[in-house]
Design a protein around this ligand. Structure first.
Ligand code: M6R
Length: 602
């Protein structure tokens, strides 16, 4: 998965392309490149490494009012200069950037080579400029050549191309996201809106099969066969400042700190007179549903565990399934099944595959996502937005909190429709205390001792996180975050499982972070004490007057609240522990090695 951008308009394109790529680096940062065109040839600049390295390599931004750019997460070929995009045809007249995977590239490459085309990279992408170049020899227009080229591709792609001597950008999408940005006198194309949000918030979410031509004073969208298509123009309600780092050293820290406002947005208008009111999902929406399957990956899976547990408490048959395991774990699925894709980006390939499989078996589908216009939002029968604002740091933080809250609200709608009940006996209290959650998160952020504890335990051998019930999902999330950005070994366990094997790993060099939600905490306390008896320092994450504070070696405090929200407050403390540990270890917090934010390959 990668990020692409294109721009055409007045003035030079290079600076806009480079800043746009910086906002797309969450999609990959193995290499970066741009190509611009100014009537005297297509100029390509690319290198392995991040966009900052590309900028440092460019003594002067090349001139040209149109161009394309790319930031890469390697799939075919290592992150070398040669494999960086843009790629060109043999003569260097056609330059292409691509996000996706061309599955039949080996066959196409062999055929092109046999006809004299010379290749310079290991990538699947490089066949595309060669194909466009070849079809240009016979096609009436370059647009027709692009259409023919994409018709020969199998797999997924969002591409943008520029051609020597032509005042146009050509683009197409199939299975990879592509958004058109419309400004007064310039057009943009990108994998995601933050790439051009500084310039415009007017967008068109392109559909699979769309072919786009941008010219200085017009844009044209056609289908695969060249028939004009009309797509609606949406206004994005994200603030450009949300997509930037502001005064912060890291996006992750900014995003942790922005959780109070993100949560306020998530909640706003969704509780009316003590009842949940989710837009587009009135009472009775799910009356035909008998089983709910949540499908998700990584952090979103941990948030989906909230949905599963709350529905089960209401007597609804619910499962959470790792999206990549859906085909083997789904069990019976039919039209009474609701498959809920929980995905921040809405573009995770495993999750999309799972809901497509569920839909193919007759299930109704619902996307719980942060990104309006994302593939999950468009493909699912319904969508609920978590409204967390753009998240750029690879480590998911504010979107976990907003997902869990959205799911807690959604499960009230589902429980009422499916079983006629509520998820919890004290649901009124739960909803009433939700209003306080943003302030409670603020309290945690202001008074956290996470940095001190991260420093104290920095030389540990492993880091364990335990919890029970909703606290278990928080323990898993705490461990994922820790390993993802510190590169240290961390594991999350259901509290009671510690003694069934993992206890063998416990020593005085393995701190145990124990999450207490205030509901059925006995198991966690007992198992934490057992680990402590084997030498492990125990950090209790709980309110000040919780009995665990007495026995723990250290304490991370959270405000008193309803047990459903306590886990989210504990998670904020654990996010801060991970952040500070990674910072103290000098890790590249926003861009952990080998990872990218949205994983669009299976
Ligand atoms: O965009 P998604 O929510 O579908 O992404 C799923 C996972 O790839 C993601 O949550 C990942 O685990 C996080 N980067 C972890 O912080």
């Amino acid at each position: 998965m990668c990020g692409i951008i294109a721009r055409i308009g007045r003035g030079d394109a290079a600076d806009t392309l480079l800043s746009g790529l910086e906002n797309l680096e969450y999609r990959g940062y193995d290499s970066a490149g741009i190509a611009v065109q100014n009537g005297s040839g297509v100029k390509v600049h690319k290198c392995s490494g991040e966009v900052s390295e590309l900028k440092a390599d460019l003594p002067k931004a090349p001139s040209g009012n149109m161009g394309i750019g790319h930031t890469r997460w390697s799939t075919h070929g290592p992150p070398t200069d040669e494999n960086a995009h843009p790629h060109t045809d043999t003569a260097g007249d056609v330059a292409v950037v691509h996000n996706g995977v061309i599955e039949n590239y080996e066959v196409l490459k062999a055929e092109l080579q046999s006809r004299g085309h010379e290749f310079e990279s290991d990538t699947d992408t490089e066949v595309i400029p060669h194909l466009i170049d070849e079809y240009r020899e016979t096609a009436a227009t370059t647009e027709a050549a692009v259409r023919q080229a994409v018709a020969t591709l199998e797999g997924s792609y969002a591409i943008a191309a520029i051609v020597d001597g032509e005042e146009a950008v050509y683009a197409a999408r199939q299975g990879s996201p592509l958004v058109l940005g419309i400004d007064a006198d310039e057009w943009y194309l990108a994998s995601d809106v933050p790439a051009f949000l500084d310039h415009t918030d007017e967008v068109i979410y392109l559909e699979d099969g769309d072919v786009v031509v941008l010219e200085p004073d017009a844009y044209r969208i056609t289908d695969r066969d060249g028939n004009p298509v009309t797509r609606s123009v949406d206004t994005v309600d994200w603030d450009p400042e949300d997509a930037g780092k502001g005064e912060y050293d890291h996006y992750m820290r900014k995003e942790i700190d922005s959780q109070p406002s993100a949560l306020s947005n998530t909640i706003e208008g969704r509780i009316e007179d003590g009842e949940v009111a989710l837009e587009g999902l009135p009472a009775g929406t799910f009356a035909d549903v008998e089983t709910v399957q949540f499908v998700a990956c990584g952090t979103s899976y941990h948030a989906a565990m909230y949905g599963e547990q709350l529905l089960k408490a209401a007597g609804v048959h619910a499962q959470v399934i790792r999206a990549s395991e859906y085909d083997s774990m789904a069990g019976p699925v039919d039209e009474t099944t609701l498959a809920v894709a929980v995905t921040q980006s809405g573009e995770t390939a495993d999750t999309l595959d799972a809901i497509r499989t569920a839909s193919g078996r007759g299930a109704r589908t619902l996307a719980v996502t942060n990104v309006v216009g994302s593939t999950a939002a468009r493909e699912a029968d319904d969508a609920v937005y978590i409204r967390a604002g753009p998240e750029v740091g690879v480590a998911a933080t504010k979107t976990y909190s907003s997902q869990a809250v959205t799911l807690a609200l959604l499960t009230q709608r589902l429980a009422a429709d499916v079983s006629g009940g509520a998820t919890l006996e004290d649901v009124e209290t739960m909803l009433a205390t939700l209003e306080d959650l943003p302030d409670h998160v603020e309290e945690v952020l202001e008074a956290s001792r996470a940095e001190t504890l991260a420093r104290e335990f920095l030389d540990s051998r492993s880091y364990f996180f335990i919890g029970h019930g909703l606290g278990y999902s928080v323990a898993l999330e705490g461990a994922l975050k820790f390993k993802e950005i510190t590169y240290e070994h961390a594991e999350g366990f259901a509290s009671g499982e510690l003694k069934h094997g993992p206890l063998a790993l416990v020593t005085d060099e393995t701190p145990i972070f124990a999450v207490f939600t205030g509901h059925d905490d006995g198991k966690t306390k007992t198992n934490a004490i057992e680990a402590q008896a084997r030498g492990a320092p125990v950090v209790a994450v709980c309110p000040d007057d919780h009995p665990a504070v007495e026995v723990a070696d250290a304490h991370l405090s959270i405000p008193e609240t309803h047990p459903v929200w306590a886990g989210l407050l504990a998670n904020v403390q654990l996010q801060l522990v991970s952040y500070h540990a990674a910072d103290l270890l000098g890790r590249p917090i926003d861009k952990p090695r080998n990872l990218a934010k949205s994983v669009t390959v299976e």
